[in-house]
Every structure is written in structure tokens, then in C-alpha cells.
Design a protein around this ligand. Structure first.
Ligand SMILES: [Zn+2]
Length: 442
């Protein structure tokens, strides 16, 4: 039987089978909120479970591909009794003899992380090539600079897109066999014969046996075996493959060049050249560098911290963290130690302050629901309390306030993890804002 939503999963989320990954996610979020037993007056456990079950399949590119292609199942008998519609490309709407279900990836990076968005559907070969190219070009411009996953995901995705996208051979074989039967049911015997010849080589034993039987029948009925060979439209041309290779390897090259160019700019032999603070905060001259950069206390007269805090140590009175709650992870990819402050957006109360050593990652937990801003500062030496720097060499904050909200589902309580990276990414397009020492210390 055909029909593009056999178990009504798309219908459960109120969306169309052609919906994008973003559409699916936002439909799920909205409906989950509306029907959740804890948060809504219109709550319905049954509805909520149905929505969750639908999202579990449709939210996962591979499971979704499987679900979409499982739509197309028919038997030889059905093909003899009914007229079946051959599969159409989800983009151009044209009938395509050799369709595939393909997943392409687009990578988007932000200073706080990298996302890989699937773009998927049943494609004809020509639309698939266009979509692969488009996804790779978007990735080339938006993906590479997230740290550390941007370049890794970008290269992986561009190569995958360039070689036809992610597809599942078993699913493709099912689609091919369905089309064989569809063309058979419509009396296009020569094409059905050509497709049956391809389907004979399928790994699924039942399909390959049925295909062989059908091919034999059609041969007896006069199908011409000399015309049975179909061109493989999915073959990747050398030019197409080379274009993607070039895009994939342009990335490390470009990054290398930028890092090199940047290293030519900084003062020689400086340990402090590449912190997020000085790359991002403009103008660079506004950063108050301690002229005594050689790892000496800023002012000899000021007593300094004797034992440096361990990575992740909470600094000062942090009464506002509780058990459970959300998490904040800071990856300090810079060459200086940092102090991080998490502030409630409106009251500006410091909910937590903690220390992140150079080139380390630290995480705090127990952040209650709320809206927050993340600020950071670098400095050369800690004061005697070991809770703040004697003098800041730079301070900044991430531009967006983040809302943290606990979601309660029927079976679990979902909290959030925020991840920020302090790192030298020249030319990144989300730049932390420079803030004054007073603002950080307030
Ligand atoms: Zn198409």
C-alpha cells in the first residue's frame, strides 16, 4: 500500500510529510507543552505519549528515513490487481524510476556550539545532487568556525553530501522494488523489466527472488533484454566529487591561513595573544594589558593567591545553586586562566562564579530556572582571597541571555546544558561583547 504517513506520525504532530527537521522539532515542542500533564490544563497523557512516540521516529533522521521508505510496500499480487503510483521526487514532484531516500547535512556554528541539521527526503538523482551541493555550500559558509566541532562536522558533512548523501541501501532497494511493481501495474513492462533486473541483485532475499521471477515472466512475455540496462543516474561525476573535495579541504586550509595571519599580528613570544577577550573585544586598544606580562604579580606590593584554585572551583559564596537544575559548561581554549560569572539577567545577581584553567573545560550544576548572562574575565594573578584577579587583562560577556527552563515529561525531568567556548576564532560572526572591569566586578 502506498500513502505517505502509514502510522499517522506526521499527522500526530500536525505536519506534512515534507516538513523540515526544524518544523518537526518546533511542532513537537509546541504540542508537548500543550498536552503535558504537568503544565497544561488541556493535558492528555494519551495524546502526549502519541506525540512523543511520533517525535522519537521523526526527530531521528535515520528512523525517519526508514519510516518514509516503509510507506512503499507492495506485493506482485497487489500490482496485478491495482494500479500503483510510481514514486515521485519530494522536490521536483516528477516520477523517478530509481529514487533514493537521502539525508544531507547542513552545519551551522555559533560561538556556543555547532548544530548539524538534516535535510532529507525521497529524491530523484538530479534534485539530490542539487540539494547536496546547496547543503555543502551553506556548510562551507556557516559551519566551519564553531569550536571544536565546527570544522569536524563541516568536513564530514561536505564529504558525505558530495558522495551522494547518507542513504540506506536496504531502503533504496525497497523503493526500487516498489517502483518495479508500480510500472508493472501501469503496463510499462519494459521499464518494469529493467527495474526487476536491478532488483534481482537486492540483498533482501524475498525481494530478489520475486524480482528474478518477475524478470523471467516478463522475458517470456517478450521484454527485450538488450534494452534492460538502465543508466545509473546516481553516479557522481568527477567534477561534482572534486568540487566537494575542494570545499572540504578548503576549510583546514583557510583556518590554517587565518591562524597564521593572526600569529603574525600579535606581539612576539606572548602567552596572552589568543584569548577570546582580546580577539573579540573591540577596539583591542581598550584592553587593559598588564605591562608586566612575564608571570609576575601585577604589583609587587599586593599579596597574591598562594595556591591556585583547581579547575572548576566555585569562587566566593555561591548560595544560589541547588541540587538538580541546569548545567553550564565552559571550554577555555585560550592560553589564560579565566573566571566565569553566571548572572541573573535582570537583577544581575551572581548565581555562580567559578575558575576555569587555561585549556581546560569545567562544568557547574544546579542552576535554577531563569534567564542568565555568562561573563568571563582573564587576568594574570589572583588576589590573596583567590576569588578574583588582581587586575583584569580583559572581560567580556556572551551577547545573548539564555533562558533555562526545566521540562517535565511523563517519564523524566529534562534540564539543559549550556556550553560556551572561550577561544580564538578570528572572523567569527557571533562576537562576545567587551565589558568593563566595573561591570564584571559589580
Ligand atoms: Zn527531483
Amino acid at each position: 500500500m502506498s500513502g505517505s504517513d502509514p502510522q499517522g506520525l506526521y499527522q500526530a504532530l500536525g505536519i506534512d510529510p515534507s516538513a523540515s527537521a526544524e518544523d518537526i522539532k518546533s511542532a513537537y515542542r509546541r504540542l508537548a507543552k500543550e498536552t503535558h500533564p504537568d503544565t497544561s490544563a488541556n493535558a492528555s497523557t494519551e495524546k502526549f505519549q502519541r506525540i512523543s512516540a511520533a517525535y522519537e521516529v521523526l526527530g531521528d533522521p535515520q528512523k525517519r528515513a526508514h519510516y518514509d521508505s516503509a510507506t512503499y510496500q507492495a506485493s506482485t499480487q497487489e500490482a496485478e490487481e491495482h494500479v500503483l503510483d510510481p514514486i515521485c521526487c519530494s522536490r521536483c514532484g516528477q516520477v523517478t524510476a530509481q529514487p533514493r531516500h537521502v539525508v544531507f547535512f547542513r552545519v551551522y556554528s555559533y560561538i556556543v556550539g555547532t548544530t548539524r541539521t538534516p535535510v532529507q527526503g525521497i529524491f530523484c538523482a538530479s534534485c539530490a545532487k542539487k540539494e547536496g551541493l546547496k547543503s555543502s555550500i551553506i556548510t562551507l559558509f556557516t559551519g566551519w568556525w564553531g569550536v571544536p566541532w565546527g570544522p569536524i562536522y563541516s568536513i564530514g558533512s561536505i564529504l558525505s553530501n558530495g558522495f551522494g548523501g547518507k542513504h540506506d541501501q536496504a531502503a533504496d532497494e525497497r523503493l526500487l522494488w516498489y517502483n518495479t511493481l508500480a510500472f508493472l501495474s501501469r503496463g510499462n513492462l519494459q521499464l518494469a523489466y529493467a527495474l526487476a533486473t536491478l532488483s534481482k541483485r537486492t540483498r533482501d532475499k524475498e525481494i530478489s527472488k520475486n524480482a528474478a521471477d518477475l524478470a523471467k515472466q516478463l522475458e517470456n512475455a517478450g521484454a527485450d533484454s538488450r534494452q534492460a540496462k538502465l543508466r545509473n543516474p546516481w553516479k557522481i561525476s568527477a567534477l561534482y566529487g572534486a568540487g566537494h573535495l575542494l570545499m572540504a579541504f578548503a576549510l583546514p586550509g583557510t583556518i590554517g591561513l587565518l591562524i597564521y595571519a593572526d600569529s603574525q599580528r600579535g606581539p612576539p613570544h606572548s602567552d596572552y595573544g589568543y584569548t577570546a577577550a582580546n580577539i573579540y573585544s573591540a577596539p583591542p586598544s581598550s584592553i587593559q594589558y598588564n605591562p608586566a606580562m612575564q608571570k609576575q604579580p601585577a604589583k609587587p606590593s599586593v599579596p597574591t593567591c598562594v595556591t591556585l584554585p583547581f579547575n572548576g572551583k566555585l569562587l566566593g559564596p555561591n548560595q544560589l545553586l541547588n541540587s538538580g537544575g541546569h548545567s553550564l559548561e565552559i571550554r577555555n581554549g585560550s592560553s589564560g586562566n579565566a573566571i566565569i560569572k553566571l548572572r541573573e539577567e535582570f537583577s544581575r545577581t551572581v548565581v555562580a562564579a567559578f575558575y576555569v584553567s587555561s585549556n581546560q573545560t569545567a562544568q557547574i550544576e544546579g542552576i535554577p530556572d531563569g534567564r542568565y548572562r555568562v561573563q568571563y574575565a582573564f587576568g594574570d594573578a589572583l588576589d590573596a582571597t583567590c576569588n578574583s584577579f588582581v587586575e583584569l587583562s580583559g572581560a567580556g560577556q556572551f551577547p545573548q541571555a539564555e533562558a533555562l527552563e526545566t521540562e517535565r515529561t511523563a517519564t523524566q525531568i529534562v534540564t539543559q546544558v549550556l556550553t560556551y567556548t572561550l577561544y580564538a576564532v578570528p572572523a567569527g560572526n557571533v562576537t562576545p561583547q567587551h565589558i568593563s572591569v566595573e561591570e564584571f566586578d559589580r
